[in-house]
Write a protein that binds this ligand. Sequence first.
Ligand code: GTP
Ligand code: MG
Length: 202
Amino acid sequence: EAGRKLFAGPSDFFWGGASLGGLPPIERIEIAFAGRSNVGKSSLVNALTGRKTLARTSHTPGRTQELNFFNINNAFNLVDMPGYGYAAAGKEKVATWTKLIHDYLRGRASLVRVLVLIDSRHGFKPIDLEVLDGLDKAAVSYQIVLTKIDELKKGELEKCVESVQQALSKRPAAYPEVMMTSSRKGLGIAELRASIAKLVSE
Ligand code: GTP
Ligand code: MG
């Protein structure tokens, strides 16, 4: 109920940029979406807010190229980031994005949690673990959100959740609960809204 209410209010894109020099001033707490290119970050922004085209999505990786800030009901900012690990974007772009993501994740005082999205078909890749290492080191709280669970059979999903939980058990900054979502089918969206609402009210 709290989750439904939070996301039923106005949600607006209000700032986008590709350099850390010009981040928007801190006005409210922030929750950021991180994850490999094409994992479904922008689609999840749309699913949560119920707005099909609030964030731009694409079937080709490398769609989101800036930090995009969405004001959700004046309660918090949802920050959609470029995906990491997309080599075909070109070395220079990847280096710029990597630095941007890194600096934002480690240096933003208003950031209360990073939702690290993992494609449930693939589980953790080495680059995901590198990102988690960085978050653990910087003591930035994060939580894993599995995406695209509509593509998996029940048994496959259970296996994925188990191996992800196992890999998280020794990570100091990891929130232990793993969320399971499908933006396409609307699965786990209400649960994720509720979890975010709880975090926002803390
Ligand atoms: P970048 O901005 O490039 O980093 O990608 P992203 O992580 O923002 O991914 P995006 O939301 O643009 O989605 C990438 C692709 O995954 C699109 O083709 C989506 O339609 C697809 N996709 C997103 N969510 C789901 C889902 O729940 N299920 C399935 N089957 N496909 C999905
Ligand atoms: Mg995107």
